[in-house]
Design a protein around this ligand. Structure first.
Ligand SMILES: [Zn+2]
Length: 289
């Protein structure tokens, strides 16, 4: 359950994950649906597809969802025994695993049906999907790989993502905002404006400043220092090494000193003192093991 999403929107999005699973199973009857929650901009459902799906399939699935929606008039649900649930999902080992878990927690097993689709679920849907969901306010967006239960030792599934909002206007606004944000992505702008570059050998999180970027960085630092002085702050420098040595229980080695300085100088531009200290302390604790 996602507590940041208004309840109605969460129910609407989760309902759409059911509708998507229904459409997927009509197009790919051999797919195995696993889990399909609501998320901050829509919904997803993880499937095990015997043969992978592509973006072209997404268009077909979305079209079918819109065709099925008017027939999804009402959800019904019923409580079932473990045996009934296992029988219902006898060909789906993922659902069987979930059933065993629900039973071991002493919780009830419920099946929710809408249209011709039945899923193992604990509820949280809109009452009348055909009336409560605007067919123009959702859109399947992309496919990504996702391990079953988020564990890399498990099978990689296909996560099909959809965007969903209360109205077409909200959906269009979200898409527009996302496109604008992509244009302003600092990784894109940094390269285009010749401010910094990323070297894989150094690390993805450690930008290498160009002369132009360094000049801009200095300007920003001057600006913030002036602002701090204006509000009565006084600056006082301390050596990070002395601070760390006082926290640390052993004499720092040369490798540790290099790491501390690298972390300190690289991260101070965009992280706070305590966060840097956290990174360095974690490193030192690992070294001590
Ligand atoms: Zn559900």
């Amino acid at each position: 359950m996602n507590t940041h999403i208004p309840k109605h929107l969460e129910h609407l999005r989760h309902t759409l994950s059911h509708l998507m699973a229904a459409a997927v199973l009509e197009i790919r009857p051999d797919a195995l649906p696993t889990l399909g929650p609501a998320i901050e901009n829509g919904f997803y459902y993880d499937f095990d597809f015997p043969t992978p799906i592509t973006d072209t399939d997404l268009l077909e699935i979305e079209k079918l969802m819109k065709k099925l929606l008017p027939t999804w008039k009402e959800f019904t649900h019923r409580e079932v025994t473990k045996e009934e649930a296992l029988e219902q999902f006898k060909e789906n080992p993922y659902k069987q695993e979930l059933i065993e878990e629900i039973v071991s927690r002493g919780e009830k097993l419920t099946l929710y049906t809408c249209g011709k689709f039945t899923d193992l679920c604990r509820g949280g849907h809109v009452e009348h999907p055909n009336k409560d969901i605007d067919p123009n306010a959702f859109k399947l967006s992309h496919i990504a790989g996702a391990y079953w239960r988020g564990n890399e030792k498990n099978k990689m599934l296909s996560r099909v993502y959809g965007l969903a909002f209360e109205s077409k206007k909200d959906l269009d606004e979200y898409i527009k905002q996302t496109e604008e944000a992509k244009k302003r992505d600092h990784k894109k702008l940094g390269k285009e404006l010749d401010l910094f570059f990323i070297d894989e050998k150094v690390g993805k999180g450690l930008p290498m400043w160009t002369p132009k970027g360094t000049a801009l960085k200095f300007e920003l630092e001057n600006f913030t220092r002036d602002l701090e002085r204006k509000y009565g702050y006084e600056h006082a420098l301390q050596d990070i090494l002395i601070t760390i040595q006082k926290i640390c229980t052993h004499q720092l080695t040369w490798t540790e000193i290099c790491f501390i300085y690298a972390q300190w100088h690289a991260l101070t531009t965009y992280a706070c003192f305590n966060e840097n200290l956290g990174v360095i302390k974690t490193f030192l604790l690992d070294m001590q093991k």
